[in-house]
Design a protein around this ligand. Structure first.
Ligand code: GLY
Length: 354
């Protein structure tokens, strides 16, 4: 049956009317929550300065998204953090490629940028994509041209320190790249050594509740060191490396992006919180979901546990916070309004053997 415009409007009006009651309930929920929230900023352990900066701005009345971006810009600009921005470890051809995404709770908007070369603040580029395009994700050469059109300056992001680490990896190429021979899910002992320090992903995720009770988040990274050029992890993908729902909470991740892409981890954490889980419980559930969904033998140790790690950072609408990782030893940075941020231990599923 064909639906004409009049029918469509009639049905839309009925559908719209049926939404009125729940909407009123939601507004009342927000009112209740806003009486009891506490501003807070959370990030991965490399974000002590980021969370301090974010809360400094939030105390001055800043919007949570501006605050967390200003926070992670400190880490993007830092040549000594080799997992984010300037000084990040390069791809297998020695070129630094950055990924980032942002999400703004009150406006329900967000955007990401991926495989961005020569621009050290991909988080700022992601925000401009959100504000100045009708797109949600721009990648590669197009992203670079877009950034330059908006006045971002091109620069070489490869520091001597990162180049030397890359050279050492290149000189020792063997089983530690990402090119795999044909294999089945039962094949062990092929592919990269996931436990090798230099292959680990760094990244920073930072989320905050601001003084108005609004939530936002950002994730930014140079991604997996020595990746195949063009490889995109979770950090530029909304739902995987970051998700924010202003009525519920915000969550983001660091660690093996492939696992988060396959499990849509950040949006799952927000949905677990919507169901009533605390931020820490929700992060642990996302870890368990990855464990349950990891079937390839090459990714599992002798106890059939993942050889890799992922870490999650979450806040809810009230300003409660939590973090969890698959393996013990992870930490996160938290700031609830003090001058200095503190590191806390993340919850975990499995204790590391050594
Ligand atoms: N989590 C960062 C990445 O996998 O690229």
């Amino acid at each position: 049956m064909k639906t004409n415009r009049r029918d469509f409007l009639k049905h839309s009006a009925i559908a719209g009317a049926s939404l009125v009651m729940p909407k009123i309930a939601v507004v009342e929920d927000i009112f209740e929550q806003q009486k009891s929230f506490k501003p807070v900023a959370i990030s991965s352990a490399n974000g002590l300065k980021a969370t301090a900066k974010a809360m400094e701005l939030i105390r001055q009345g800043a919007d949570a998204l501006d605050a967390v971006i200003a926070g992670v810009n400190i880490v993007e600009d830092d040549p000594d953090d080799m997992s984010v921005g300037y000084g990040g470890l390069p791809n297998e051809e020695g070129v630094v490629e950055l990924d980032s995404c942002v999400m703004h709770g009150p406006s329900c908007r967000g955007a990401g940028v991926a495989s961005l070369r020569n621009i050290k603040n991909p988080s700022k580029v992601a925000k401009v994509i959100m504000e100045r395009t009708d797109h949600v994700l721009i990648v590669g050469d197009g992203a670079l041209r877009f950034a330059k059109a908006h006045g971002f300056k091109e620069e070489d992001l490869l520091t001597d320190r990162a180049r030397e680490v890359w050279l050492k990896w290149k000189e020792n190429l063997s089983t530690e790249d990402d090119w795999l021979p044909p294999h089945t899910i039962d094949d062990k002992g092929i592919g990269q050594s996931l436990q090798n320090f230099f292959r680990l992903t760094g990244t920073i995720n930072c989320n905050a509740v601001d003084s108005f009770g609004n939530l936002s988040g950002v994730t930014t990274t140079s991604g997996l060191a020595f990746k195949i050029p063009g490889r995109v992890g979770d950090s530029s993908i909304l739902g995987a490396g970051l998700y924010v729902d202003n009525l519920v909470g915000a969550a983001g991740s660091t660690g093996r992006g492939e696992a988060n892409l396959l499990n849509c981890s950040s949006v799952m954490i927000v949905e677990y919180m919507r169901q009533g889980k605390s931020p820490e419980e929700a992060c642990l559930m996302a870890c368990q979901r990855i464990v349950d969904h990891t079937k390839e033998a090459r990714l599992l140790d002798d106890d059939k546990k993942p050889k890799f790690d992922v870490k999650f950072y979450a806040i809810n609408k009230k300003g409660e916070y939590g973090s969890a990782s698959i393996w013990s030893g992870a930490q996160y940075s938290i700031n609830t309004g003090e001058k200095d941020s503190v590191l806390k231990s993340s919850a975990y599923l499995y204790k590391r053997k050594s």
